[in-house]
Design a protein around this ligand. Structure first.
Ligand code: ZN
Ligand code: ZN
Length: 274
């Protein structure tokens, strides 16, 4: 379990093999490639896109939760994949002769869905070979308007009773997860650059695969990350989805050699599975 920018992350992600980012503090997971055992206990899963290494475990997740008597899970899925997802569950229901109870929530960029604990889930557009959306999670808090600072509590209570708005809603992006994407998402989506924790794919980390080849498969190459090193305002970055051809040492050495120090200090490469 990692603690990054104050957020607990239990992640596994190997390009083409399996991606599942578990967020115990939010009781949810982002993608569910092969449904790791512990992911069964996450009440909701947000799906970035339809590739098998990101969505393959979804029916298994629903079935195992039902077997264990857990609440039906919620799945957040892009509008363009809702019909295919319904068909997938219907096929499994026929095979399994079970209900596979769950809630399917269609959601896309520009929309917001409330999460437990007053958080907000907001998709954004990633750029991949197939339709893909990243997810950001925002905190939303009521803060006293500056003009009421120093006002005694009983006075504030009276104003509130009279229906006076004494607070502002302050939202802040706690986390952004790109799913599979090309580098353009960094420039296009402010939340990618400003979320406290950014979880982003960097599938290719040396010249065994060129930038052009990386782009033709809809992924990020380390060269493209290095070129944009100054754009990231994030407190921490978890970089994921490295191709299975790389060993952990290759990845560690590539980051050390290539990333400027101010970025390197904030980066954690996800190395389990390598
Ligand atoms: Zn993938
Ligand atoms: Zn993909």
């Amino acid at each position: 379990m990692l603690q990054l920018a104050g957020i607990a992350v239990d992640a596994t992600s190997v390009g083409g093999m399996e991606t599942c980012i578990q967020l115990p503090g939010y009781k949810m997971a982002l993608d569910i490639g092969r449904c790791p055992r512990t992911a069964v206990y996450k009440d909701s899963v947000a799906i970035t896109h339809g590739h098998m290494d990101h969505v393959g475990g979804i029916c298994f997740h629903a079935a195992t939760r039902s077997m264990l008597g857990l609440e039906p899970p919620t799945y957040f899925v892009g509008h363009e994949n809702i019909n295919a997802m319904k068909a997938l569950f219907n096929a499994y229901r026929r095979l399994d002769r079970s209900r596979l109870a769950h809630h399917l929530v269609p959601i896309g960029p520009g929309e917001t869905h409330p999460l437990p604990g007053g958080k907000l889930l907001r998709p954004f557009r990633s750029v991949h070979r197939v339709p893909c959306q990243g997810y950001s999670i925002w905190s939303s808090k009521q803060k006293l308007k500056p003009e009421y600072h120093g006002t005694p509590g009983h006075e504030l209570a009276r104003l509130r009773r009279e229906g006076v708005e004494i607070t502002d809603t302050v939202e802040a992006p706690e986390l952004a997860f790109t799913g599979d994407t090309m580098i353009e998402v960094v420039e296009r989506e402010e939340v990618v650059r400003t979320a406290r924790l950014l979880i982003m794919e960097v599938t290719f980390i040396d010249d065994r695969v060129t930038v052009a080849e990386a782009r033709s498969t809809g992924h990020i190459h380390i060269d493209e990350l290095v070129e944009r090193a100054d754009l990231f305002e994030n407190e921490a970055l978890l970089l994921t989805h490295f191709s299975s051809r790389y060993r952990a040492r290759d990845i560690r050495e590539a980051f050390k050699a290539r990333l400027p120090d101010h970025l390197y200090q904030r980066v954690t490469p996800l190395l389990n599975g390598h």
